[in-house]
Design a protein around this ligand. Structure first.
Ligand code: SF4
Length: 386
């Protein structure tokens, strides 16, 4: 019989990532790393092994945070000002592990203490009773929190009983982030997502039925050049069947050390360039139909951050942003592509009166970026963001 591993408490823990929309959330780590860890494009958890944290240790972390929040609240003077000397003295008296917790508590306090994100990649893999217990404990410690959210794999959600999902929702879990990536069975198989389109749909509908908000992440470019159209259309059709609250765009970057990078080297995968990806995105948005989701493009890897709106009323506006890109002269398009990845522009219209245009021109001259080599330069720049 396999021996059960004991989860020894080594102090407060934080995982490596959270969704961009959870920037002001308190991060509470329920599990470590990703139980799947096989998607060909992903190296977030690289070779790190998945493990469940014990409920006891999660509760210890929550208690540590609660204690710091209370101490911070005691230090804050009327009017919302904190005594910096007291805070610094307190901070410097901590061991490094405690400083991580103290920083987390400070940042959360400064952000208004309204949302919590449960780490790491798939918290719903915990036993439902354990997860509900932790959620109830969080609510008891921080009763004013409006939002508790988590990443979850569709594969896991699809296997959870609807009653258990409902219990999680009732205990306070009110938003789930799912990495759909694609709705195409061909693409999902190629990237080894471990889930197919119908499971994505089943999981999405279950989350909605439980009354939780649903955020689905999609990844333009993941079908490569060969499956770009299939990827755009099938992903949109899957989303049309789910009608999630949010559709979040996170463009593919091929990261060194991934299986996808190896496939790219061998020529088995060809990443679409910016123009192809923009066409793919246009087709994707065009195919979204009969739903009222918000589309968000809140990631620096995306070519258009200004794509941000609600369906169906903002559909044309979002498509026009892409069309505007294609109307640019080739040299100006290069300036946009580079300036966007330097963080100076959010959409093509930002260039018109931008004080940064000159800086972007200088950078392009310095590194001799032209319409012929811009895609290579962009690929290099994008690797720095993942
Ligand atoms: S499920 Fe998510 S975290 Fe896990 S390997 Fe795939 S993309 Fe990475």
């Amino acid at each position: 019989m396999k021996k059960k591993k004991i989860d020894i408490y080594r102090g407060f823990e934080q995982g490596p990532i959270r969704p961009p929309s959870e920037a002001s959330s308190l991060l509470i780590r329920l599990t470590r790393n990703c139980p799947w860890n096989r998607c060909t494009f992903c190296r977030v958890y690289n070779k790190r092994q998945f493990s469940l944290r014990s409920v006891e240790n999660i509760i210890k972390d929550i208690d540590v945070l609660k204690n710091y929040i209370e101490r911070i609240q005691q230090m804050v003077r009327p009017g919302g000002y904190a005594d910096h000397d007291t805070i610094n003295t307190l901070y410097n008296s901590f061991e490094e592990k405690d400083r991580v917790a103290f920083n987390a508590a400070m940042n959360w306090y400064a952000s208004g203490m309204k949302s919590i994100f449960l780490q790491d990649a798939n918290s719903l893999i915990m036993k439902p009773d354990d997860l509900v217990f932790v959620l109830e404990y969080i609510k008891k410690c921080f009763p004013d929190v409006d939002r508790i959210t988590s990443y979850a794999r569709s594969h896991t959600i699809a296997r959870i009983k609807q009653d258990d999902l409902q219990r999680m929702a009732d205990a306070g879990l009110n938003r789930i982030h799912v990495g759909m990536e694609s709705g195409s069975d061909i693409v999902l198989k190629k990237i080894n997502k471990g889930v197919n389109k119908s499971t994505h749909i089943k999981a999405g509908l279950k989350v909605k039925q439980a009354g939780m908000e649903l955020s689905e992440y999609v990844m333009p470019g993941l079908g490569g050049i060969d499956y770009s159209i299939e990827h755009a259309m099938e992903t949109a059709l899957a989303l049309n069947s789910i009608n999630p609250d949010f559709i979040r765009i996170r463009t593919l970057a091929v990261t060194n050390g991934t299986i996808l990078a190896e496939e790219t080297k061998k020529g088995a995968f060809q990443k679409p360039n910016d123009a192809m990806m923009a066409k793919e995105l246009r087709l994707f948005i065009e195919t979204l139909d009969g739903i009222d989701s918000y589309i968000k493009s809140d990631h620096i890897l995306n070519l258009f951050e200004t794509i941000d709106g609600k369906l169906p009323e903002d559909k044309e506006k979002m498509i026009n942003i892409i069309d505007r890109f294609f109307e640019l002269e080739p040299e100006k398009r290069v300036l946009y592509q580079i300036g966007r990845r330097m963080g100076f522009f959010r959409g093509p219209d930002d260039m018109d009166d931008s004080p940064y245009l000159e800086k972007v021109k200088q950078a392009c001259d310095l590194y001799r970026v032209t319409p012929d080599n811009v895609d290579m330069v962009i690929d290099d720049l994008m690797k720095r963001f993942v």
